[in-house]
Design a protein around this ligand. Structure first.
Ligand SMILES: C[S@@+](CC[C@H](N)C(=O)[O-])C[C@H]1O[C@@H](n2cnc3c(N)ncnc32)[C@H](O)[C@@H]1O
Length: 206
């Protein structure tokens, strides 16, 4: 992997995604977390400080090992057990119907096969469990969407696989989940091509 991919991008990502509005949005979403939790695309653990302390266990997966010292310090600062594993969300090693809550924040943009990952989410989610998501994706404004399509190849390179133009709600439904809450909004201080948000929750469709 290049120096950019190994050292520069992870630090840029951690810095940019530590902004005040990112933290506010993480905190709002994660209020609803309960029980045995899975987070896909854990990154540098920026959600950790926003999980309620009554979480019983967090399984955190990400194929990349990103700034491990920082991740260890963030894990040490929470009171619930956290188990990190380096693997992809498209093939989860967990039994069916294990988790009460599954969390994905700014991750479905990057997973190479998001529908397969969401099928796995649906498989390992309990029937009464919740999938909580906070993701950027395709705009409903055709002018913005056109620019998202144009700039996507560059974003893919600069953002290490990140896509600007995914219809997050459709992907979630194609993955076998039913959306029960969906909030579409624009992040402040983030250009519309990258700040068009999909926030909500889903349950197993079956
Ligand atoms: C933009 S970062 C977001 C990190 C974190 N979720 C957050 O909110 O700060 C996207 C993350 O998705 C991870 N990722 C990429 N491919 C993945 C896959 N196949 N399965 C799970 N995570 C993946 C990346 O390694 C990266 O940590």
């Amino acid at each position: 992997m290049s120096i950019y991919g190994r050292h520069i991008f992870p630090r840029l990502m951690d810095w940019f995604m530590s902004g005040e509005e990112f933290h506010r949005l993480r905190a709002e979403l994660l209020q609803a977390v309960r029980g045995d939790v899975l987070e896909i695309g854990f990154g540098t653990g920026l959600n950790l400080s926003h999980y309620p302390s009554h979480v019983s266990h967090l399984s955190a997966i990400d194929p990349a090992i990103i700034i491990p010292r920082k991740v260890r310090a963030r894990i040490a600062a929470v009171s619930f057990p956290v188990e990190t594993t380096h693997l992809t969300a498209e093939n989860l090693p967990y039994p069916d119907r294990r988790f009460d809550t599954i969390v994905s924040t700014w991750t479905l943009c990057t997973i190479p096969d998001p529908v397969q990952a969401l099928r796995e989410v649906a498989r390992v989610l309990r029937p009464a469990g919740r999938f909580l998501f906070l993701e950027h994706g395709r705009s409903d404004d055709p002018r913005v969407a056109t620019w998202q399509d144009r700039l996507n190849p560059i974003q893919n390179l600069v953002g290490r696989g990140c896509n600007l133009n995914r219809r997050i709600d459709r992907l979630i439904e194609q993955g076998g989940l039913k959306i029960i809450e969906l909030d579409r909004f624009q992040m402040n201080d983030v250009p519309r091509i990258g700040g068009t948000m999909y926030r909500g929750s889903g349950v197993r469709a079956d």
